[in-house]
Design a protein around this ligand. Structure first.
Ligand code: SF4
Ligand code: SF4
Length: 379
């Protein structure tokens, strides 16, 4: 049985829809985002509400493939398919979409999306640990600030930005604390339950209250309701898992295993650091924070491996599973590094390359079962 706070997130999409309608009625603009690099703080400080538009529904893909090549990542195609089908109410209600130049597939898809939706494209840094790249990225955020001010006829003051930074830090802290409960020998939550504890909108007051309530309820969650402490402890890395695309999580936890750490953008990756709330220039602090996000679109992306190594120890992972959506070249190329890291740490490793379709469920379950047998045999 779920705790009261967990039950709140069972109806997350419905609640977000009710909030969105209320925002529209009150003239509060909704801004769509599709990447963890997009600074929600700036959108909040403009008096708007940032909502995630990443598509996870396989049913949206056929409509997208009428325009886009079939050989694209399912996340890109599903997101676009929602627009073709006019099936994502949040996209339809958005006054602006803030897109980004992450991978090539997304970047080119955004050109088509912009035919139906007002859009601003953020140019993301390409090179990690390059002071010039950080200067350029900071300029991009200043440009976004000006775009939001002009579109919504507001002034984004430094004080408003600091308030938004504090709010987003609070949300990050709460979500990180929830994720960290899975460090326990007897985790109070499964990985899938944790994955469900997030919202399409950032920083809704009811969601923040629900996070707090779950954190207070979890210590007394009955043993019989928790995952079996004898389960294999899995560290999951790779691509994000948007809402509706959770089948790989279910397969991973379907055979006496718990995904104790999700090192991806729908998991712990964007929660590991906080924005400096005391910085003299809050926008520069924001740029610095997002510049540190170890995404595979950066080159090189050594920080991801350093963090993975630290997380494997912190969560006492017994194996590493890497999820790569079909045609995601950047994560696919990086998977060789993860495999090498796993070998160095003495952890069994499995790469799963798939899409949103359940057609390979049986094959994946077999490979996952073989991985877990290796782990159990080595205990
Ligand atoms: S994996 Fe990279 S491109 Fe995808 S949401 Fe995260 S930061 Fe953005
Ligand atoms: S999963 Fe990979 S290919 Fe798909 S949108 Fe993200 S970075 Fe691009």
């Amino acid at each position: 049985m779920k705790t009261n706070g967990m039950v709140w997130f069972d109806d997350m999409v419905k609640q977000c829809y009710a909030e969105a309608q209320s925002f529209k009625q009150r003239g509060v603009p909704i801004v769509g985002i599709m990447c963890e690099y997009t600074p929600r703080e700036l959108i909040l400080a403009a008096g708007a509400k940032p909502v995630c538009l990443c598509g996870g529904d396989v049913k949206m893909i056929p409509a997208a493939e009428k325009t886009l090549p079939a050989n694209l990542c399912p996340l890109v195609k599903s997101t676009f398919g929602y627009s073709v089908n006019q099936a994502n109410p949040f996209l339809e209600m958005a006054s602006l979409v803030v897109a980004e130049t992450t991978c090539d597939g997304k970047k080119k898809m955004f050109e088509r999306l912009a035919e139906r939706h007002p859009m601003h494209v953020l140019e993301l840094p390409q090179k990690a640990r390059d002071p010039d790249a950080l200067v350029r990225w900071t300029q991009e955020l200043r440009k976004l600030r000006a775009v939001l001010e002009a579109r919504f006829s507001v002034t984004i003051t430094d004080d408003a930005l600091r308030d938004a930074i504090r709010l987003m830090n609070r949300e990050r802290r709460l979500r990180l604390a929830l994720a960290q409960t899975l460090r326990d020998d007897a985790p109070p939550l499964s990985g899938r339950e944790l994955l469900d504890l997030k919202s399409l909108f950032a920083c809704l007051p009811d969601d923040l209250a629900a996070y707090e309530s779950i954190l207070s309820e979890l210590p007394s969650r009955h043993t019989a309701e928790r995952p079996d402490p004898a389960n294999v402890r899995v560290l999951l890395t790779g691509v994000p898992i948007p809402h509706c695309a959770e089948r790989v999580m279910d397969l991973l936890e379907g055979d006496r295993a718990t995904v104790v750490c999700q090192e991806n953008c729908t998991g712990i990756k964007p929660l590991l650091e906080e924005v400096d709330e005391t910085a003299a220039d809050p926008l520069a602090a924001l740029a610095e924070f997002y510049y540190h996000l170890p995404c595979s679109v950066l080159t090189p992306n050594r920080d991801r491996l350093d963090k993975l190594e630290r997380l494997a120890a912190e969560y006492r992972a017994e194996c590493i599973v890497e999820l790569v959506w079909h045609a995601c070249l950047t994560y696919d190329v990086e998977s060789a590094y993860t495999r090498e890291l796993a070998a160095r740490l003495g952890l069994p490793y499995l790469k799963i390359e798939t899409d949103y379709s359940p057609s390979d469920d049986a094959r994946l379950a077999l490979r996952i079962g073989a991985l877990y047998e290796t782990v159990r045999a080595s205990r």
